[in-house]
Ligand binder design. Structure first.
Ligand SMILES: [Fe+2]
Length: 189
């Protein structure tokens, strides 16, 4: 489904693969620098990874801002999780700004569904804008599909992970402080 408003054009669709995990695992995975390097082949400047200015943990948002090389492109990317419901990322593809939003639903205990929004800035070329929004959607879907075998049945153990990865450990600290309502408490493992 594609649509637009004054400033943005977007394309919305489903990931289309059920993940047998809680949404927080999806979010923690997104903040896991080691998996970005090992699984997705993202390259970072090691100096950036130990610079705290690139990592921001606020009450409602955990954000990482890093230069990286991914699929042959140099990118400046900002990505965030908002509680355990939304993952957002913005950067550039082919010199044009794009963003994605992953909206996470928990339709049954231990089952996460992801909806993906691909966003582009509106110009006076509606067809090019629609293509860019679709490209953003497909970019994120292709990245998530690289994760799917790991994510689909991941049995996450915060203990060992937090000892080996400072950034994931900080994400868990953020999560523990996040003010959560519990309308879905029966669904949370
Ligand atoms: Fe991933």
């Amino acid at each position: 489904m594609s649509s637009s408003d004054d400033a943005l054009v977007w394309h919305v669709g489903e990931l289309g693969v059920d993940m047998h995990i809680d949404p927080f695992v999806f979010c923690a995975n997104g903040m896991d620098i080691q998996h970005l390097e090992a699984l997705h082949g993202v390259q970072f400047d090691p100096a950036d990874l130990v610079d705290d200015r690139n990592f921001l943990y606020e009450k409602y948002r955990a954000q990482i801002k890093l230069r990286n090389e991914f699929r042959g492109e140099l990118m400046e990317t900002v990505w965030s999780t908002w509680g355990t419901s939304f993952f957002t990322l913005e950067g550039e593809i082919d010199g044009r700004w794009f963003a994605i939003i992953d909206g996470l639903a928990l339709p049954a205990p231990g089952l996460t569904q992801a909806f993906i929004v691909g966003l582009a800035e509106r110009t006076d070329d509606a067809e090019a804008d629609a293509r860019q929004a679709l490209k953003a959607f497909e970019w994120e879907r292709s990245v998530l599909l690289e994760d799917i075998e790991v994510l689909a049945d991941l049995h996450f153990r915060p203990g060992p992970v937090t000892r080996s990865d400072t950034h994931v450990a900080r994400f868990y600290e953020y999560l523990r402080k996040y003010p959560r309502a519990h309308p879905s408490r029966d669904f949370i493992n």
